[in-house]
Design a protein around this ligand. Structure first.
Ligand code: NAP
Length: 310
């Protein structure tokens, strides 16, 4: 039986591991399908305190992993399928390979996954000109036009990164102003390679005879005008879905699926804590996720102490 299992290896999960590790609880971390979380798909992180010159996202996550392991955290590369609370008060955590691990307390730090538009052919196009990760795939699209869909900080960041490779980056947004922070929006709109396409929705992904992305069909949401835009890759940056569905009725969720915390990082199930983007639809920053990971670790430690585990 583990004292505490942490599900997820983003900023929240690793911070929870550092704190529970230093508290001698020997945490076990289950990595999930995207070890290191969302920051592994980003480039430079400029706003994480302590790095005045910025730090690359993947390097920051490697540092957190090393720090967690230094204090005794163990990492297993496994994706959790379900969590159940047993009659005697511990948790059974079943992973996709069918094995079950047991823990006295669980910290959910599973983050959120990128959303897609829901167009009919999108599943088959992933890897053939459709992606949500500029850092991962941008370099494959040199000297060709691409687009980013969305108007938030992610869309601006992706668009700016893509200007290193693409001949042109269309920024397709459904309104005529960006949601992004002013500094990001100003930078993106000042970049000569980025061309905004305002008030527009992508209604279809159009492919060539090899099944690769060739163009998008657009509808102007103000005039109703329809058009096509030739490009080789679509980068979708329209927000995220929290990874909480596997918890079933153990937690309450809001209308968008984010876990509702009760006091601090507690959930409605005793011994089950939630931290980071899986429970935060407001701030969604690396540093706020790390802060919640710390809080969840302290609360789990107190919970375990009440159960006689020190
Ligand atoms: P976001 O702020 O929620 O923006 C999502 C964008 O996608 C919005 O512009 C939204 O349009 C659009 N959108 C949503 N659903 C759509 C649909 N079905 N079709 C077309 N467009 C759709 O998400 P985000 O940009 O991923 O940012 C998430 C959080 O992370 C934010 O708090 C952000 O500040 C933070 N972040 C920070 C940085 C940084 O500081 N370096 C970088 C990335 C992200 P509307 O505007 O019309 O709603």
């Amino acid at each position: 039986m583990e004292n505490v299992i942490i599900i997820g290896t983003g900023c929240a999960g690793y911070t929870a591991a550092i704190y529970t590790g230093r508290a001698n609880l020997k945490p076990l971390i289950l990595s999930g399908s995207m070890p290191g979380g969302q920051l592994t798909t980003t480039t430079e992180v400029e706003n994480f305190p302590g790095f005045p010159n910025g730090i690359m996202g993947p390097e920051l996550m490697m540092n957190m992993q090393t720090q967690a392991e230094k204090f005794g955290a163990r990492i297993e590369y496994a994706t959790v399928e379900s969590v159940a609370k047993t009659a005697d008060g511990h948790f059974d955590i079943k992973t996709e390979d069918g094995s079950v691990r047991q823990a006295r307390a669980v910290i959910i730090a599973t983050g959120a996954s990128p959303k897609h538009l829901g167009l009919p052919n999108e599943k088959g196009l992933i890897g053939h000109g459709l992606t949500s990760c500029a850092t991962c795939d941008g370099a494959f699209y040199r000297n060709v036009p691409v687009c980013v869909i969305g108007g938030g900080d992610s869309a601006c960041e992706e668009a700016m990164f893509l200007t290193k490779f693409a001949s042109k980056v269309y920024l397709i947004h459904r309104r005529d102003t960006l949601r992004a922070s002013k500094i990001m929006a100003d930078r993106a709109l000042a970049n000569p390679k980025i061309e905004p396409v305002w008030n527009s929705a992508v209604t279809e992904y159009l492919t060539d005879d090899k099944g690769e992305m060739r163009a998008v069909a657009l509808e102007n949401l103000v005039t109703g005008e329809k058009s096509e835009l030739e490009l080789r890759c679509v980068f979708v940056a329209i927000g995220h879905v929290p990874n909480a569905a596997f918890l079933g009725g153990l937690v309450d969720r809001d209308e968008n699926g984010y876990i509702l915390q009760t006091r601090g990082t507690r959930t409605k199930t005793e011994g089950l804590f939630a931290a980071g983007d899986v429970a935060d639809h407001v701030y969604r920053q690396a540093i706020t996720a790390a802060g919640q990971g710390c809080a969840a670790a302290l609360e789990a430690e107190r919970y375990l102490a009440e159960q006689g585990v020190h």
